[in-house]
Design a protein around this ligand. Structure first.
Ligand SMILES: Cc1cc2nc3c(=O)[nH]c(=O)nc-3n(C[C@H](O)[C@H](O)[C@H](O)COP(=O)(O)OP(=O)(O)OC[C@H]3O[C@@H](n4cnc5c(N)ncnc54)[C@H](O)[C@@H]3O)c2cc1C
Length: 450
């Protein structure tokens, strides 16, 4: 057995040590399952979950990122078949020149297809297109028994399919997936920007206008209290048609504009995100946004992934890391949503990356996060008192019939998650059927008793 490596999620909290292996083929992978000790095994993609789902203290972590082949592109369907370790970044670079695009892209492209399925990730278009699992038409899954089974959303092994979507790697190893694609004429977006002065104006603007746009998101000030509580900048857009581009842009209509300009070399000792810097950032972001601008053409990085420009940007939070707290509450629970925002704004814990959006309907997965409602994500540096604040927010969210996102969590209690995910027992039963000896385990599964 190789040495232990220390792993964390993107938030840098809750480190733990595991034997990390990179199996070269299915037989080697089966060997890892057959020889798993009492601490079991879990697959890891690119480690972009913020918390502990891709860690396994004292057990084995299977790094699947070498399994990254594009197996088939069907331009007529259109659909693509891939090995699950491929990153969305690599996949998009290959698909765009063919005029093809992934139906759901999260806030970073540096995630694997396996990770996108296991967390059932969502993008800015959830209100129109649902989450990643809605667009997967077939999976090959390696079970704890060593058997490889095919699973589809409505046919073969549908129960396994939906438990694997959002199942955080606990039902088996996704080896290959077929993903339905979108056709696009360009890699640009036509974007409208609108500033709103407070929370009520923001919720009303999003409720009224969202259905005219495929993509919609609001950056949100969580530092300002009083009349301007919840002031925001809404950006909404659609994929640009060729005729909407200027001559220079038409020359590179399907260009993949996504460079990286540098990395944060090491965890900054004190962290850059302190209360004063976060407050200043919130104020600056709001002030620099146009009050109302329509029809601006933006490229992929500008519109989708500004954070991917700087590698390892999570290091600005310093050695203690940060929690990304993302919750959703149903549309009827605006009062609870407002209370949660007031609680955050008055807490003294300040976040500079705050994203609000409206979710559309969820899907058939028992553990998928999205439900129709308001979702807010905030990045909070780890400081004394943070867990008390987040535990308080958990209770607000539970009481409102909402939930938090497992891909972002590193600290919630098992009892709280059980109340947030009413179909947890169903998931546990499916998991027990396919993995009776609990070969697949992670720090997350132990913490939350999944
Ligand atoms: C900057 C940033 C922005 C983000 N924005 C969004 C967003 O907009 N929307 C959103 O939904 N999420 C978002 N995320 C979260 C991210 O999309 C998910 O956490 C995703 O699961 C990470 O994929 P990964 O490949 O890094 O997987 P990891 O973090 O390595 O693993 C995540 C889970 O997937 C499982 N897994 C991985 N591969 C397989 C496989 N082959 N078979 C079975 N299980 C597997 C692991 O066991 C683990 O449980 C963001 C993350 C970051 C860092």
């Amino acid at each position: 057995m190789n040495d232990l490596s220390t792993l964390t999620g993107w938030g840098g909290t809750s480190p733990s040590s595991a034997h990390v292996v990179r199996p070269v083929d299915v037989d080697a992978l089966r060997g890892q399952l057959a020889t798993a000790g009492p601490r079991g095994v879990i697959v890891r993609g690119l480690g972009r979950s913020y918390g502990d789902p891709a860690q396994n203290a004292g057990g084995t972590v299977i790094d699947l990122t070498d399994w990254d082949a594009i197996l088939d592109v069907d331009s007529r369907a259109p659909a693509v078949r891939v090995q699950a370790g491929i990153s969305l970044d690599r996949l998009l670079r290959a698909l765009l020149p063919l005029g093809l695009w992934l139906p759901v892209v999260p806030g970073t492209r540096q995630v694997t297809v396996g990770g996108a399925i296991a967390a059932d990730v969502h993008g800015k278009n959830h209100h129109m297109d649902g989450s990643f699992g809605n667009h997967v038409s077939q999976l090959d899954i390696l079970l704890a028994s060593g058997d490889i089974v095919s699973a589809t959303p409505e046919g073969d092994n549908a129960e396994l399919f939906w438990a694997t979507v959002g199942g955080m790697g606990l039902t088996g190893v996704v080896l290959e997936a077929t993903i339905e694609l979108k056709e696009v004429e360009t890699s640009y977006f036509v974007v409208d920007t609108q500033r709103t002065r407070n929370l009520a104006e923001l919720l009303s603007a999003l409720s009224d206008g969202d259905d005219d746009y495929t993509y919609s998101v609001a950056w949100f000030d969580t530092a300002t209290t009083g009349d301007a509580l919840g002031r925001a900048v809404i950006t909404r857009g659609n994929t640009a048609l060729r005729e909407e581009l200027n001559t220079a842009q038409r020359g590179s209509a399907l260009r993949f504009a996504a460079s990286q300009h540098g990395r944060v070399p090491f965890a900054l000792p004190m962290g850059l995100v302190t209360r004063p810097t976060a407050r200043a950032f919130n104020a600056l972001w709001y002030a620099k946004a146009p009050r109302h601008r329509v029809g601006e053409v933006q490229d992929i990085t500008q519109f989708f992934h500004p954070l991917d420009v700087v590698g390892d940007w999570n290091r600005v939070y310093g050695p203690h890391g940060f929690c990304q707290y993302q919750f959703v509450v149903p549309f009827s629970e605006e009062a609870a949503f407002t209370t949660a925002v007031e609680t955050l704004a008055q807490s003294g814990h300040v976040s500079s990356l705050n994203v609000l959006k409206r979710f559309g309907p969820g899907n058939a997965s028992p553990m998928s996060f999205p439900m129709p409602g308001w979702t807010l994500a905030v990045d909070l540096p780890v400081r004394p008192g943070l867990d008390t604040l987040l535990s308080h927010l958990d209770q607000l969210v539970v009481a409102a019939g909402g939930r938090i996102y497992l891909a972002k969590d590193s600290r919630a209690a098992a009892a709280t998650i059980a109340r947030m995910y009413p179909r947890l027992q169903e998931f546990r039963a499916t998991r027990a059927h396919y993995d009776p000896d609990r070969i697949f385990r992670s720090d997350l599964s132990r913490r939350l008793d999944l």
